[in-house]
Design a protein around this ligand. Sequence first.
Ligand code: XMP
Ligand code: MG
Length: 211
Amino acid sequence: MTGSKQRDRQGKPLKPSAAASATVPPGGASRLVPLIAETTIKQKVEELGHRISQDYRGMHLHLVSLLKGAWVFTADLARQLQLETSVDFMEVSSYAAAARSSGRIDIVQDLQASVRGLHVLVVEDICDTGLTLNRVCRELRRREPESLKVVSLLDKPARRVEPISLDYVGFDIPDKFVVGYGLDYRQKFRNLPWISAIAPHATDLPDRKGT
Ligand code: XMP
Ligand code: MG
């Protein structure tokens, strides 16, 4: 955790657990600053699972998980849902600067099945500018689901370029590049059980994007 002012959606301060600050992450501990502890994530995912289960009570919920970053969150969230649930995966490319104006996203790996007539919940790791989720939702809406909502574990509202309505959010975070719990830096750190920021002196991120 990098400051005392960081709060979750309910206004509770984010507390680093002893585990997060004491355990050395693989691949270069000095570069990483613990931001959200494993126990805090676990509690939040349980809360989200409970809320979503209530909102979709009696319905079949189809999760669309955005690879690669959302795979860990999806696996944990799915197991908190007391609902009949199915899961499909989509991978979209991190856009280059040129794509920002064109609004184009490349679907690297598309869903296996149609979402037509289904209650779809898009599961995302982090919402940054909002461009990716807006593009994905536009594409999914074209495929005529019965309903479409979004859950994002993390939100960086300071970086928003396009307005977007997020139906469920785990944590608002400051404008820092984060890794762990599925999020990567050059494909590393996805397996960390907690979320860390990469210390500013160590970031050499060409486009500040993971996947
Ligand atoms: P946009 O800007 O479209 O970006 O909302 C969303 C996607 O960008 C990636 N992203 C990150 N990945 N650490 C990461 O590992 C970060 O801090 C970060 N910020 C954005 C992510 O793939 C997300 O789906
Ligand atoms: Mg992503």
